[in-house]
Design a protein around this ligand. Structure first.
Ligand code: SER
Length: 318
């Protein structure tokens, strides 16, 4: 059985991915790596091993990898786009110096590595509609710059050293479990919380701004499916476009109003978030992921909305 380390196990993706990996590979085989101040709690803490694992501390990562004989690392440590813009140096330290540490440990200890890229790796010159897998990437945010570098450095380690690096370009991820912190796409999560609480939603993104989004169960499946994919079929590695839905604020509002007709929204556009969103694609073409590892999402805007409203009702209102 494979041993896996999740770095950033208490974050938005990590908290759910760790549990999913434990359900597949066995609780004892999946180590939740966390930093001080973000300790695992509840089921995540109780169900399996946990270790302090700071991505900026190469020796610390290596210690955990050796202790647990790790075969694969899911490196989820990152700052999201808005917070990264206010702390560019820290974003680089975590995203790139951290990735370097992970790749070096992986090279020395023969581990596979998954490090997410993002729709943020594209820029204003990228074709915005049906954005191809291989196209111009000139991002204007530090988040995007670090994600393009992530893709290139991960490819480099594969080509030069044979490290089994793989990744996807995540769209905005929507989930009812752990909220995202400081991203441009966060509005598409926050809007459901407002809807369930019966509050008016103040939308920071302008009407008509389309971005790719994805429900967390599909995102988790993508991670596992790609890491389990037959390497002989992979023409690309870092990172694959994946897509399941694209909408603007009016679209998600309409989807929620189908079930909550009284729900209200008002626009108060935040310039930094809007600039980020305007520089990112409207929708990605994910044909390469479909062809090379059978990627296929399960959720669309309507089925996600039904599930989000149901689950958040239980979480917030009991
Ligand atoms: N969700 C990310 C952000 O908004 C983009 O991948 O920063």
């Amino acid at each position: 059985m494979k041993n896996i380390l999740v770095i950033g196990a208490t974050g938005q993706i990590g908290s759910e991915l760790t549990m999913k990996l434990r359900s597949i590979y066995g609780n004892e085989h999946v180590v939740a790596g966390y930093i001080t101040g973000a300790e695992p709690k509840g089921e995540l803490k109780e169900s399996g091993p946990a270790e302090i694992c700071d991505v900026t501390d190469a020796a610390g990562i290596e210690g955990v990898v050796k202790k647990h004989q790790i075969d694969a690392i899911y490196n989820l440590a990152a700052l999201l786009s808005v917070v990264a813009e206010s702390k560019p140096k820290l974003a680089w330290k975590i995203g790139i110096d951290g990735l370097w540490n992970v790749l070096e440990v992986a090279r020395m200890n023969n581990c596979a590595v998954f490090t997410p890229s993002s729709i943020g790796s594209f820029g204003p010159e990228t074709p915005h509609d049906n954005t191809p897998q291989d196209t111009i990437q000139r991002p204007i945010t530090i988040y995007g710059v670090s994600k393009v570098t992530t893709e290139l450095l991960s490819d480099y380690y594969h080509k030069k050293y044979g490290v089994d690096t793989r990744s996807v370009r995540f769209p905005g991820l929507i989930s009812y479990v752990t909220p995202p912190g400081g991203g441009t796409t966060d509005y598409a999560v926050d809007i459901y919380y407002s809807a369930v609480r019966g509050e008016k939603f103040i939308c920071p993104i302008a009407a008509g701004t389309y971005m790719d989004m994805m429900y967390m169960p599909d995102a988790l499946n993508a991670c596992v499916q790609l890491m389990e994919a037959d390497p002989t079929r992979l023409i690309h590695r870092n990172g694959f476009n994946i897509a399941s839905m694209s909408f603007d604020p009016e679209g998600i509002l309409a989807a929620i109003r189908k079930y909550k007709p009284e729900f209200e929204m008002e626009y108060k556009v935040e310039p930094l978030k809007q600039a980020n969103a305007d520089s990112w694609p409207n929708s990605l073409d994910d044909i390469c992921a479909r062809q090379e590892w059978n990627w296929k999402p399960q959720y669309n805007l309507d089925t996600m909305t039904v599930d989000m409203l149901e689950k958040l009702k239980v979480k917030l209102l009991g």
